[in-house]
Design a protein around this ligand. Sequence first.
Ligand code: 15L
Length: 271
Amino acid sequence: MTKVALSGAAGQLGRVLRSALLARGVDLRSAAGSKPLEPIVPGEDVMHGDLRDPAVVDRLLQGVDVLIHMAGTSVERPLPEIIENNLRGLVEVYEGARRHGVRRIVFASSNHAIGMYPVEDKLDLDCAFRPDGFYGLSKAWGESLARLYWDKHGIESLCVRIGSCLPEPTEFRHLSTWFGHEDFLHMMDQAINVPEIGFLVVWGVSANTRSYWNNDGGAQKLGYEPKQNAEDYAAEILPQTNPLDATAQRYQGGSFASYDFTPEGKRLKKR
Ligand code: 15L
């Protein structure tokens, strides 16, 4: 039976995934950061610790086939924090995967790796990165790290550029970016069970009519067949005021893109 490890198990998506995988009977080890996890089934394999410490990574990856790596900073933060959690921590995880013969890592990338594209653009999986901050930049870097460990060490990676993974879409931007929980769990099932992935990037998004992202190529390889569509909530959302400011409404990354944004009029004049 495939042994699966889940990092970031106490986080927003980690919690959803942990209980769903246990309910499916997956042989799971769940890891949190600083606080111990209370077992939710008797004898559950749980641990916690700082993934920058190789000894903690060893405990996480001992006997593991597939790691779902959800740990790390998941919003825009000062650069030193991003470097520690999303760069240093990720290198320790991939080095641990080498030591323990982990076959595959599912890397929680983010749409913020491409958040500076205008909302009018429809992106394929091979589009160039256009991060909307240091957080998005760390995800672009993480995808490149994943590529390196596939090319050089044969460790498979699925990089999931997660959109807005929520129980329901609640605002206009989500009509394009929503990743419903049912589709998220289906994608994780595929990520665990598909026999070969190599290095693969997919958009973590539902079958939204207004999606910014085209999953052609990646979805088929993964066997990902989304069933949810944010458009089912459009009648409820469209009459509401869009909570994003004018700049955030122009870019796919929304408020991440407008944060610390230099307006056109304040930029250096072109010579
Ligand atoms: C992310 O990457 C964040 O972790 C999450 O909090 C949301 O902001 C999401 O992207 C999004 O773009 O909606």
